[in-house]
Ligand binder design. Structure first.
Ligand code: IPE
Ligand code: IPE
Ligand code: MG
Length: 246
């Protein structure tokens, strides 16, 4: 047995460096008030604005928000339309403030399923903010982790078939470069609101070592204090990466 010291903790800074959030509970928030689900989604969009601002103030370098999953197309058409309408509004109304605050916006997901005007707005928002670096804000829209992993696998298989890549050269970093999150560090803190404790097909590869924090608050009620509490919880955790800890 070697007596060499264990490798240094790969993540010695307090962090979190990348907070990912599954924004859940809009429908229940509305139902509890006898309101239509869209009212919950509207308040959910307000919460997203607050949290983006709060994350900037707290100095979080990367924030990723799950806004619409590949599975959410299964909802009634009216609700899908409402959600897409709110996304349109968000992209149009928030762009200026995001840009002014030094945010780089990136939309992660399969754009093929989105309306042409939304795809244009996304391209414009990404173009305008691409040189910003105070905070990276990623919004996952029509995103599904299995879909993303399959797409990456297909791309690599094509490259191998064409003789451009050797199968034995496909390591983790090569694989990551095929994911929609290429170039984005893995989340170290994953928060889900509304008391649900599941991943729902979000960032399956990237969250391999994320700390999971489940919060009872419904997303429309979530604010900067909840974010601070989740960060405090993250800092109490011992991250071991398979080692024995300290
Ligand atoms: C999150 O709230 C928004 C999306 C998933 C698009 P929900 O709409 O899932 O709210 P609940 O889970 O029904 O309360
Ligand atoms: C996950 O929430 C997707 C988003 C937050 C966008 P859902 O409400 O769709 O997840 P399930 O259906 O409860 O697993
Ligand atoms: Mg839900």
């Amino acid at each position: 047995m070697s007596t060499a010291p264990l490798p240094a903790n790969p993540d010695p800074a307090p962090g979190p460096h990348h907070v990912a959030i599954i924004m859940d509970g809009n429908g229940r928030w509305a139902k509890a008030r006898g309101l239509p689900r869209v009212a919950g989604h509207r308040r959910g969009a307000d919460a997203a604005r607050r949290v983006v601002r709060g994350a900037g103030e707290l100095g979080i370098p990367v924030l990723t928000l799950f806004a619409f999953s590949t599975e959410n197309w299964a909802r009634p058409a009216d609700e899908v339309n409402d959600l897409m309408g709110l996304l349109r509004q968000y992209l149009r109304n928030e762009l200026e403030e995001l840009h002014r605050n030094g945010a780089r916006l990136r939309v992660i997901g399969n754009r093929d399923g989105l309306a042409a005007d939304i795809v244009c707005d996304i391209a414009e928002a990404e173009r305008l903010t691409r040189a910003n670096g105070r905070i990276y804000v990623n919004i996952c829209v029509n995103y599904g982790a299995r879909d993303e992993i399959l797409q990456a696998t297909r791309n690599l298989a094509r490259q191998v078939a064409a003789g451009e890549t050797k199968a034995e050269d496909i390591d983790e970093s090569r694989f990551e470069r095929e994911l929609l999150t290429a170039g984005v560090p893995d989340p170290d803190l994953l928060i889900r609101t509304s008391g649900e404790q599941r991943i729902s097909n979000f960032l399956l590869w990237q969250c391999a070592y994320a700390e999971l924090v489940f919060v009872d608050a419904l997303w429309p009620d979530f604010g900067k204090q909840h974010l601070e509490q989740a960060i405090a919880e993250f800092r109490r955790r011992e991250r071991r990466y398979g080692g024995v800890g300290g």
